[in-house]
Design a binder for this molecule. Sequence first.
Ligand code: AMP
Ligand code: MG
Length: 431
Amino acid sequence: MTDPDSAAPAGSDSIRAASCADDYDPNSMPVDKARAFIDRFVAPITGTRRVPVRDALGQVLAEDIVSPFDVPLADNSAMDGYALRHSDVDGREGVTLKVVGTAFAGRTFNGEVAPGECIRIMTGGVVPAPLDCVVPQEHTRPGDGVVTFGAGLRRAQNVRYAGEDIRRGAVVLRRGQWMRPAEVGLLASLGIGDATVYRRLRVAFFSTGDELVSIGGSLGEGQVYDSNRYTIHGMLSRLGVDLIDMGVVRDEPAKLEAHFAEAARMADVIITSGGVSVGEADFIKQMLDRMGEVVFWKIAMKPGRPLAYGRIGGAHFFGLPGNPVAVMATFYQFVREPLLKMMGRDPMPLLPMFKATCTAPLKKAPGRTEFQRGVLSAGADGGWQVKPTGEQGSGILSSMSLANCFIVLPVDQGNAPAGTVVDVQMFEGLV
Ligand code: AMP
Ligand code: MG
């Protein structure tokens, strides 16, 4: 990407220089350190576009929204009942007032209300000055042209005052706000029909591997269908980015180079799967060194050991491992947040994590952070419980489908008995 509005890496930091830091060990990169490293080089895109408010859903606001008026616009009633002067009843019980009119929502009462008088009012109806108290109809005794009130009325009760929700001129939504249904509705409530959002991030992705067959082809021995492109497509779709699906690319240097070059021309971000593990990485490494700045890591995590990150042309590059579960785990841990940041979303939400009691013994060797797949459910004691899905191999994609969360086990954790309290990270909400 050479557009002036591209997702340019932040600052003048060089990825290569950063990878020469003293405490940097590419062969055993802690998860948090890799995340922090990537974060340094990621900045929001600058391009924006004006869209009808409905199309802003799922996008990121690129302007502050200021309320053009008080919300609510006028003092109005929160109940169906009667509006009166509090001073007419002040502390007394059984006061009877004359009913001189009715205020409906959208149909204001325009007459005068003299002392000793009141009006009937519906929810949302404007409370005319100087009335300052609304009594719900079930707390009244209506008579012929009059109504009698009980005791205990307070001034301002059941009156929604002008501006009590939002003051005119107040900032209602800030740049960086992710637009959910509530925010879209909020803009509509202010009569705002268009909004400026960040342009959509362009993300190109392809799978690498000689063994991969696309859907429609038949499988020979040693071949597998390319599933990574489908999980990546799904995870990216949920983020609301523009997708550029570049298919399957064989492990041939010329083909790979051409695809990387084209992806860098078209996209803000390039995501690949496969080809970054030891042995395979060597020729890709040399190629990417020529094309940009890329670091290759062995992350101290399971699944998802190999990971490449860097820049090719003006595009950010995430080289994910090939194993299907590793692809999803590394996407969630290393790609999702940088993409949200590039999309302009601010402040970055932390990945939601909470505690649950594990109902089965945990198998784990110390040394790496593990993202085991689990099923979280409500426990009998009112807390949360989680059960591992069984086999945890990084190729077992069905484990992701069975699960609704990651069980996140810290580096030093070893085997643990059933009943251990663990951290879990829900899938829903991640993307
Ligand atoms: P790699 O990282 O390229 O060595 O691949 C590791 C493992 O993941 C191998 O068993 C591959 O067959 C498998 N794999 C790689 N890419 C894909 C893909 N796109 N879809 C499904 N499996 C894959
Ligand atoms: Mg491969």
